[in-house]
Design a protein around this ligand. Sequence first.
Ligand SMILES: C[S@@+](CC[C@H](N)C(=O)[O-])C[C@H]1O[C@@H](n2cnc3c(N)ncnc32)[C@H](O)[C@@H]1O
Length: 298
Amino acid sequence: MTLGYSSSKPRRLAPELLAGPPELPDRVFRGYQQLIYSEAGIHLGSHKKALLVGRLSRRLRELGGTSFSAYLRRVEEDPEERVRLLDALCTHETRFFREPRHFRFLEDEVLPRWRAQGTPGAGTRRVRVWSAGCSTGEEAFSLAMVLRFHLPAEEGWQIEILATDLSTRILERARETLWPVEKAREIPTHYLKAFMLRGTGSQEGRMKAGPELRSLVRFQRVNLNEEHYPVMGQFDLLFCRNVFIYFDAASRARALDRLLGHLAPQGYFFVGHAESLSSLAHRVRAVQPTIYTAEHTG
Ligand SMILES: C[S@@+](CC[C@H](N)C(=O)[O-])C[C@H]1O[C@@H](n2cnc3c(N)ncnc32)[C@H](O)[C@@H]1O
């Protein structure tokens, strides 16, 4: 028997599959560039045209094969559709304990010092953490595991973790606190045993954060490009890693400047492995590459 395509009864392929994505004229692409920059601070260089076409094609098909210029008019008028556009555009790649050096720094340097300074049992110690650009939550939950493990509730430690992202779709997934069980490999065994639950029955193949961990993390939509966003107070640890990859230098510097206003005087600011706070060199001190404090040596 041979396998192949039967010619006995020809069937038509769906026209939208044959046609490929609609064309994106340069003039219309410039409209997208402006809108995306003013909305999210993301600079789409002209070499990113193919990326935009790729990321939006599915949405255009869902809307019945609408053209790029009709879709641009729609996103200009409809704030909800603008959110969908940004959802489709952003890269959400993340992992538990990504850049392990950051978590080792907490375990080896920061948490022992906080514990030594604290007076366990004699009142409440409060730690506030912000995972800005949290994607599906792995960063926030890695922090939750490290902090809860080393700063136990029985010793009076209160932990509050704010996890924010631009993308509403990704936040919906993050709130489920449910990941494929293969991701357990990314988590050190002692944290995995202490805090994660393995799915059984209909949940086979999944892993869920346990209730103790879930109670520490709160999710909220925050666009870091906005001048005013609804985040109050200061944070002892501020993680903003691999978020500004598509920002240009000016919008990145503005967003970082605003974030720094939320760093507690002796807190720590963590950026991604290929990033730096060089635009804020007068306000921060590097304690290690990609780890900063607002505290100056004098
Ligand atoms: C590559 S993920 C990084 C996730 C995590 N911080 C890490 O390092 O593993 C980048 C995240 O930043 C978010 N993001 C992009 N632009 C943003 C903006 N203007 N405000 C807030 N979040 C944004 C994206 O939606 C995406 O989930």
